[in-house]
Design a protein around this ligand. Structure first.
Ligand SMILES: *[C@@H]1O[C@H](CO)[C@@H](O)[C@H](O)[C@H]1NC(C)=O
Ligand SMILES: *[C@@H]1O[C@H](CO)[C@@H](O)[C@H](O)[C@H]1NC(C)=O
Ligand SMILES: *[C@@H]1O[C@H](CO)[C@@H](O)[C@H](O)[C@H]1NC(C)=O
Length: 399
């Protein structure tokens, strides 16, 4: 009994010594993730992004771990090696810019269970540029004070961890910027001007500004400026992205920051100009985008590597989109790379690294929008290492 007690105490002491030696936080701000940090990530000394290998763009943060676009999702993405943290800017009724992908809130938050907001449930007819939901709770009907009482939940509840549901609020665009600027190395931001036709229709911004102007002014408030790869840009890297060509055109009136045009399915039409995305993927359209300050194009990965989802799920022949974009000096950052097996084509053998490899070496992309920052980081270290073997060995930490 006595011996047992002594050995229990010894184990506890050993455990606490190990914990401090390994620098594992004892009272984490957020529920811990194992591993909380990729063992290979270390802050980079000096200015600039950690590398210029294909960018690791953390799509909605590390949303494979935490509910998307929340503070812990972004902090985890930074810990796990993101070059950029990505997210969607929308606006509340009182014109506060916030980070949320959906204009209708019931999929991503607990709004449906909040009796105080029952009367805000409504139907919008003829929504332009939404997610196909017309009835529910819409972000533009909430003041920021009301919105901030909601709690975010997991988008993919059957395949991802739901245990963090109900814990974290929607954050402001300003907070998202502050999170990136507080990172221990330079981490870029990659905000999308989301559902601009709808937001401009229903939200009044101070002084009659457009949504696009409000987004750019917030970036300017935090010192984001300069053309792609200028010294100013390297100090505070950012890409402004949108599916609506007129939003990029408007943003370009206020800034020379780099723009990225996003493509929905090629057969879909833009929410603002009602053009098919296919018609915006021609050489002529690419030349037009390049001339207006667009430095990158963001197609769906399935558009570049078509798979036949009706009969089988095998990789098809890639199209020439990337080669043509490069001809106009534009990069290609496709979305969305997800390691969950339900998102992988069969001939990738359930191995996410095969997909990243294919898009890097065969298709030749310049960045990945990914839900799995850590996996992309490991792929990039394997194929385009920043660190020497000695760096890696001396920075290894085991959780
Ligand atoms: C809403 O309430 C239902 C029934 O009580 C519960 O099953 C569900 O988990 C709740 N959803 C959220 C998002 O809180
Ligand atoms: C967009 O264009 C298509 C094809 O010309 C047309 O059928 C559709 O009504 C247009 N939509 C709007 C909102 O103008
Ligand atoms: C998918 O495969 C089926 C059967 O091989 C074929 O008939 C169909 O045309 C294919 N669809 C596409 C888009 O390639």
């Amino acid at each position: 009994m006595g011996a047992l007690r002594v050995s229990v105490v010894a184990c506890l002491l050993l455990a606490s010594t190990l914990t401090s030696a390994l620098n594992i936080p004892t009272s984490p701000k957020y529920p811990p993730v194992v591993p909380r940090q990729s063992p290979f990530v270390k802050p980079i000394v000096g200015a600039g992004l950690q590398s210029e290998r294909p960018y690791n763009v953390a799509h909605r943060g590390a949303c494979n771990i935490y509910p998307e676009e929340t503070e812990p999702s972004y902090l985890a993405a930074i810990d796990l090696g993101a070059d950029f943290i990505e997210g969607d800017v929308e606006a509340t009724k009182d014109g506060v810019l916030v980070m949320c992908h959906d204009i209708e809130l019931s999929l991503l938050t607990d709004v449906a269970n909040r009796t105080e907001f029952a009367s805000k449930r409504k139907t919008y007819n003829n929504i332009v540029g939404g997610d196909g939901v017309n009835t529910g709770w819409f972000i533009v009907d909430f003041t920021f004070e009301e919105l901030s009482t909601l709690r975010v939940k997991q988008r993919f509840p059957t395949t991802r961890d739901k245990s963090f549901d109900g814990q974290f609020p929607i954050i402001t665009f300003e907070k998202y910027i502050q999170i990136a600027l507080a990172a221990p190395r330079i981490v870029g931001i990659y905000p999308e001007i989301k559902s601009p036709v709808f937001i401009n229709q229903y939200v009044q911004f101070p002084g009659g500004k457009s949504f696009e102007q409000a987004v750019v002014e917030m970036l300017q408030k935090y010192g984001y400026q300069g053309k792609y790869k200028s010294a100013d840009w390297y100090a505070k890297p950012v890409f402004i992205q949108a599916f609506a060509p007129t939003s990029l055109q408007r943003a370009a009136q206020y800034t020379d920051l780099p723009l990225v045009f996003l493509y929905d399915s090629f057969t879909a039409r833009t929410q603002d100009t009602n053009q098919t995305f296919a018609s915006l993927a021609t050489d002529e359209s690419m030349a037009m985008f390049a001339s207006m300050g667009v430095v990158g194009l963001g197609p769906a990965k399935g558009s570049l590597m078509p798979v036949n989802t009706t009969t089988n799920y095998y990789v098809g022949a890639p199209i020439d989109f990337v080669t043509r974009a490069h001809k106009y000096n534009m990069e290609v950052h496709p979305y969305t790379f997800r390691a969950d097996s339900n998102f992988l084509a069969y001939d990738l053998h359930g191995d996410f690294l095969n997909e990243l490899l294919y898009f890097d070496k065969v298709i030749g992309v310049d960045g990945y929008f990914t839900d799995h920052t850590e996996n992309a980081y490991k792929y990039l270290e394997w194929t385009h290492p920043i660190y020497t073997r000695q760096d890696i060995v001396s920075n290894l930490r085991f959780p």
